[in-house]
Design a protein around this ligand. Sequence first.
Ligand code: ATP
Length: 524
Amino acid sequence: FDTKHKRIMAQQEDVFKKLISHCKEYGFVFPSSEIYDGLSAVYDYGQMGVELKNNIKKYWWDSMVLLHENIVGIDSAIFMHPTIWKASGHVDAFNDPLIDNKDSKKRYRADVLIEDLIAKMDEKIEKEVEKAAKRFGESFDEALFRQTNPRVQEHVAKREELHSRYAKAMNENDLNELRQIILDYEIACPLSGTRNWTDVRQFNLMFSTEMGSTADGTMKIYLRPETAQGIFVNYLNVQKTGRMRIPFGIAQIGKAFRNEIVARQFIFRMREFEQMEMQFFVRPGEELKWFAQWKETRLKWHKALGLGDEKYRYHDHEKLAHYANAATDIEFEMPFGFKEVEGIHSRTNFDLSNHEKFSGKKLQYFDPELNESYVPYVIETSIGVDRMFLSVMAGSYCEEQLPDGETRVVLRLPAALAPVKLAILPLVKKDGLPEKAREIMDMLRFDFKCQYDEKDSIGKRYRRQDAIGTPFCVTVDHDTLTDNCVTIRFRDTMEQKRVAISDLAQIIGEQVSMKSLLRKIVNS
Ligand code: ATP
C-alpha cells in the first residue's frame, strides 16, 4: 500500500507541477516580484488569469445578488478600526499552532500534521472496502462489511482514538498535548524524516502596520484577515438604508491578508488573497435550518460548473472556530488531494454581540413580524477566489492523446468562465481573408472577448487556443467571401461545423453566457 501510495503522490505532484508551469507559460499566474526572485506565497495574475478571475467573481456575485432578491452587496475598506479585531477575537485567537523540525528547519502547522495522519487512516479504511468490493462483486454488502470486518474495525478504532484525542486538544488549546500526539504517533518530518520536534507555539496570523504620520499619533492597525467584519460593522447601515427584512444577506468580494505559517502550495495558500463572503442574517433559533440550506445551495453553485460531481465533498469541522456552532467545508479534489475551497459557518450572534459590547452601540434589529428586537444570528459562506481559481484550473487541465499520436493540452474550462470566448482565424494572411475576419470580429466584440490570430498554421493556432481554454475557434476561408459561412471548431470535441456568420452570435452566446450557468444552479 505504501509504495503504491508514494507512486500516486509522485504522479499527483507531477500533474501539479505541470499545472503551475502551464499557468505561467500562458499568462494566468506569475510569481510576485519575479525579477527579484519572488515574494513567498504572493502571486500576480496575468492577462489570461485576470479574465478568468473576474469571471469567477462575476459568477459568484450574480449568483448572490441576482438570484436572491434579499441579498445585496457592499465594498468595505481594508483598513478598519483596530478594536474591530479585538471584538472579533482575531487579536487573541486567530492563531495557528506551529511546530519546527530541528533537522530540516522546516515549519509546520501541528494541526495539519495530525489531520494528514487521520486522512491517511481514512484512506486505509477505504482501501480495505474497495478491495473487498472487488472480491465479492455483486453480492457485496458494504455496510455489513464496514460493521463486521475485523481489519476495518481495527483501523476505525485507531482512527477514532486519535481523532478524539486531537479534537480535545484543539478545543482546549492544549499545545503540549498536540506535541505529545505528534510524538506518540511517530509523525516524522516529510523532509528530514526525523522526529526531532520543537515545542508547539501559537502564532498570530494577522499582519499589522501603522496609520498616521506623527510619532505619538500613530495607531497600530491590521490588514483584514477576512472580509466578513466589514459586513458586520455595516449591517445596520445596509439594513436601514436598503429597508432589508430578516432573513437577508450582504455579499462582498475583497482582499484579505494572513501571515500563513506554511505557504507552499502555489495559490492554494497565499499571504495576500481574495475572498468572496456572504453573511446571511437570520432569526435566532432558525440558524441551523439556514445553515443546511446554504450548504446545499453552495454545493449546487460549484457543481453547475460541470467539472464533475465526484470532485466535491463536504467536510464537517473537527474543531469549531471560536465563533461557530456548526461548520462545514466544501472540498475539491485538487492534484494534492481533497482540500477546502469554501467554508460555511453558523456564526451565531458572536460577532454582532461582541461589536455591541466593544463599540457601546446597539446593533439590534427590530423584527416587525415578531414585534421584538434582537441581535440576528448569522450564516456565513466564505470562499477564496484564488482557491476557486486553482480548483477550476485543476479540474479543467487535461493532456489528451490524439488518434494521430500527438498530444494536446486542453483547458476544459466552463465556457462562461473562459478568458477568451472565441478566436477568429483567417486561413491565410492574404486574399482579403484577414479583412473579412476583422469584420466578423467587429461584429462580435461587443458581446464576447475575442482574439484575432493569423500567425502560424491553423493547427498550431488551435493548440494555442486549447491551451488557454477558448471554447470556440472560427476559421475564415476563401468560401467565406462568397457564402458568408465559416467553420466553427469546438474545443472539447474538436468537431468542426460549417455555419452562417449570422448564426455565430447565437451559437456562441448560448454556451458562454453567465445566464445559462446561473440557470443551471436554479434548475438543479
Ligand atoms: P485553512 O484551514 O485552509 O487555513 P480556513 O479554514 O482558515 O482555511 P477560512 O477562514 O474559513 O479558511 O476562509 C474562508 C476561505 O478563504 C477558505 O475556504 C479559502 O478558500 C480562503 N482562504 C483562506 N485562507 C487562504 C489563503 N491563505 N490563501 C488563499 N485562500 C485562502
